[in-house]
Design a protein around this ligand. Structure first.
Ligand code: ADP
Ligand code: MG
Length: 270
């Protein structure tokens, strides 16, 4: 059973065990993770990869095609299990959870953003975002209320009834980001989130991630683009299934080119 460490219970009233609820505890722990694909010949997609992500971090994971980024995303997102090593999300060991518990963990603690947006074209953007709460057991009226708030976070609150096909690529990705955020996940995992966008729009989406980071969101952005990874506070570089660099970017470019578009009144309850 997964205890909910993301509830809004103030800490002083919260006497549950803090094993999965400590402020110091990393949101994500990847410990000596190896992933072998038993293809012919077998491929070692990841080899003894270790790092942690703390609450509130904005991390870029960068590497060329084939370096293991998507494999790592699947493991971080609990969509796949390591061949050896440990993945923990908010202290919970993925290996020890049943498939059902993993689904619950994904639904409540992890937000995904993909290159291809994956929006339902026939639904309003409000319902697309509200669907992000479908598996979290939230009643429909509340799903819509929270979806409205999440659309506000990405600057699309004025058009809740628009369909995805009436929007630009950048706006579609904003909808996908709102859907990832609506469940106030412990961590957002984005795989090549600007891969289908032109340069300017991509920069604006990165600016949005930076703003969400400033509001307290924990975000990991996977990319093959060094310029993108260099914008993040911290960069992890991968090559041939291993981490070859993990550290602060000397001067992560704070988004002068992208003035704040999110009203400060919006708060992430993370
Ligand atoms: P990236 O996302 O950085 O391009 P991937 O994680 O997709 O890297 O792939 C890492 C390595 O694992 C590559 O050599 C790739 O060919 C291999 N690989 C990925 N998925 C599979 C699979 N399902 N079966 C066999 N090999 C795979
Ligand atoms: Mg990939």
């Amino acid at each position: 059973m997964i205890t909910d460490s993301n509830s809004a219970v103030p800490r002083e009233f919260d006497h549950r065990p803090h094993s999965s609820n400590s402020a110091d505890q990393p949101v994500l722990e990847v410990d000596k993770v190896t992933r072998l694909y038993p293809s012919e010949p077998p491929v070692t997609a990841l080899q003894e990869v270790s790092f942690t992500v703390a609450k509130g971090e904005l991390v870029g994971i960068v590497g060329p095609s084939g370096s293991g980024k998507t494999t790592l995303l699947h493991l971080m997102g609990t969509l796949d299990r390591p061949s050896s090593g440990t993945v923990r999300i908010t202290g919970l060991d993925v290996q020890q959870l049943s498939d059902r518990e993993l689904s619950a963990l994904r639904a409540t603690r992890i937000g995904f953003v993909f290159q291809q947006f994956f929006l339902a074209e026939h639904q309003s953007i409000l319902d697309n975002v509200a669907d992000g709460l479908l598996y979290a057991g939230v009643p429909q009226a509340e799903r819509r209320d929270r979806a409205r708030d999440a659309l506000g976070l990405v600057g699309l609150e004025a058009r809740p009834n628009a369909r995805p096909n009436q929007l630009s690529g950048g706006q579609r990705q904003r909808v996908a980001i709102a859907r990832a955020l609506v469940g106030t996940p412990a961590i957002v995992l984005a795989d090549e989130p600007t891969g289908n966008l032109d340069q300017t729009t991509g920069q604006a989406i990165l600016g949005l991630f930076e703003e969400l980071h400033e509001l307290g969101a924990t975000i990991v952005v996977i990319t093959h683009d060094h310029d993108i990874a260099s914008r993040m506070d911290r960069r992890i570089e991968m090559l041939d299934g291993r981490i070859v660099f993990d550290g602060a970017n000397k001067s992560s470019v704070r988004n002068e080119a992208n003035p704040r578009s999110i009203p400060r009144s919006h708060e992430l309850r993370l």
